[in-house]
Design a binder for this molecule. Structure first.
Ligand SMILES: [Zn+2]
Length: 254
């Protein structure tokens, strides 16, 4: 542990999976912490901007969507399929490729915006839902200035797991993208950065990340946590754990 293998792995890997846990959640009034977290997002952006990545966050403040990571203009670099790359290098194979294109439909290379590479399964406070959950409609900031549900007249509240009935339609389309992307990481050089995820809801990030790393022999799991940095024995040689606040760790890892 503590050999800083993660950094070298991160530099050469094809794909990066990032999980942001409780330590990245912001509460109102934490201005100093907010500044730190914003800087942390900037560092993460530098780390992944030229990679094929996905971010899953437990934060519900929606702050990440206002950073470069949440850009709806910029597109994420997507990996071409390996066979395509291999063939494309050789001139002689171009003809064969062209012939194959006639037989098989051309594989689409996914062009997601950065915004589409983030999923927030615990919801987003800046989006609104009906407090009585009379509808699955979700409204973006400013769409309903009165804050009253146009269907039933109840108050609108943040679309998060803290709602009495959480309308999950807010994150499900992104969740689907995430699971599809994750399936594509199997047997690919993938660095898994788990930052500040404790045991509050371990079924969202912590346990699935361990499982992903376990089944993908080419994966490397880096876990950073202020209290629980322990890593599974089964992943020996393919994992590192660091004790410490993960936001500070990211800022120091530049
Ligand atoms: Zn309603």
């Amino acid at each position: 542990m503590g050999e800083n293998q993660w950094k070298e792995r991160l530099e050469r890997c094809e794909r990066v999976l990032i999980g942001l846990g409780e330590e990245w959640k912001l509460c109102k009034g934490q201005e100093e912490r907010k500044e730190q977290v914003l800087k942390g997002y900037e560092v993460l952006y530098q780390w992944v901007k030229n990679k094929d990545y996905f971010i899953i966050t437990m934060a519900t403040d929606g702050v990440i969507f206002d950073t470069l990571l949440g850009s709806s203009q910029e597109v994420v670099v997507s990996q071409k399929e390996e066979w395509e790359e291999g063939l494309a290098c050789k001139e002689a194979d171009l003809e064969m490729l062209a012939r194959m294109d006639q037989v098989f439909p051309k594989k689409e290379i996914r062009q997601d915006t950065r915004w589409q590479r983030i999923v927030a399964p615990c919801g987003n406070e800046t989006w609104q839902q009906c407090s009585r959950a009379c509808t699955k409609d979700i409204w973006e900031p400013g769409e309903i200035p009165s804050g009253i549900c146009p269907h039933c007249g109840a108050l609108l509240i943040g679309n998060t797991i803290d709602a009495p009935v959480y309308i999950e339609e807010g994150y499900l389309p992104q969740w689907q993208r995430y699971t599809q992307w994750l399936a594509g990481t199997l047997n690919r050089d993938t660095v898994i950065l788990e930052l500040g995820v404790g045991f509050n809801q371990p079924g969202v990030i912590r346990f699935p990340f361990e499982k992903t790393a376990y089944f993908n022999q080419k994966a490397f799991l880096c876990r950073v946590n202020g209290k629980f940095p322990q890593v599974p024995k089964e992943l020996e040689g393919r994992t590192e754990g660091f004790l410490g606040d993960s936001v500070t760790w990211v800022l120091e890892g530049v």
